[in-house]
Design a protein around this ligand. Structure first.
Ligand SMILES: CC(C)(COP(=O)(O)OP(=O)(O)OC[C@H]1O[C@@H](n2cnc3c(N)ncnc32)[C@H](O)[C@@H]1OP(=O)(O)O)[C@@H](O)C(=O)NCCC(=O)NCCS
Length: 168
């Protein structure tokens, strides 16, 4: 078992996060290698609304999750995109990603977010309460089949969800 803690990103973590995200996505067939730069661009734009790291007792960054604001039908509405999620390849499948996702969702609820969307393997993300919401769709058609969301309100929104500009 690995001992680690989850905490918000601090000043000085940036390079370690960049390196971790690079290493996590490098082996993935669907990755174009843009994920580490995406995190940097979100941060630079002030759009990294929540950035959590998993760190070992020695301070090594072994996991990361980021959340950024989205619009629905071009309105800011308290919704966020959960991306990217990264765990060091040699430490994957040990529950670190799940712990980051759970901590991230709990933190977003605490700060009053109204919902979170994700693009990824539905078999994985549906474990955390993500589902299809009728009438809520991503801007890009190619994301549609991997797009899931969870609303924290009684009334789920509908419309076209657009990610932060750093996503391109
Ligand atoms: C996806 C990722 C963050 C998950 O973190 P993790 O710590 O490895 O995952 P956990 O240990 O919490 O969860 C493991 C479980 O989820 C499943 N799982 C993990 N990643 C999965 C994926 N991408 N698709 C489907 N299932 C996945 C595992 O099969 C395992 O299932 P089990 O509990 O039935 O054995 C991590 O694997 C990673 O960094 N991958 C590379 C980057 C990436 O693909 N990020 C997500 C982009 S959408």
């Amino acid at each position: 078992m690995i001992n680690y803690a989850i905490r918000p990103e601090q000043s000085g973590d940036e390079a370690a996060i960049h390196d971790l995200v690079r290493r996590a996505f490098e082996p993935m067939w669907f990755s174009d290698g843009s994920e580490p730069d995406l995190v940097d661009a979100l941060r630079a734009a002030g759009d990294l609304a929540l950035s959590l790291v998993a760190v070992t007792a020695q301070g090594g960054v072994i996991g990361h999750i980021g959340f950024s604001p989205v619009t629905i039908d071009q309105r800011e509405c308290g919704w966020f995109q959960m991306a990217p999620v990264s765990v060091l390849p040699e430490l994957q499948l040990k529950g670190i990603g799940s712990a980051l996702i759970a901590a991230g969702i709990a933190a977003m609820r605490r700060v009053g977010a109204r919902g979170v969307a994700v693009v990824g393997n539905p078999a994985y993300y549906e474990r955390f309460g993500f589902r299809t919401i009728p009438g809520l769709s991503p801007l890009a058609d190619h994301d549609a089949q991997y797009f899931r969301a969870q609303d924290f309100d009684a009334a789920p929104p509908s419309g076209v969800l657009r990610y932060a500009p750093a996503f391109g």
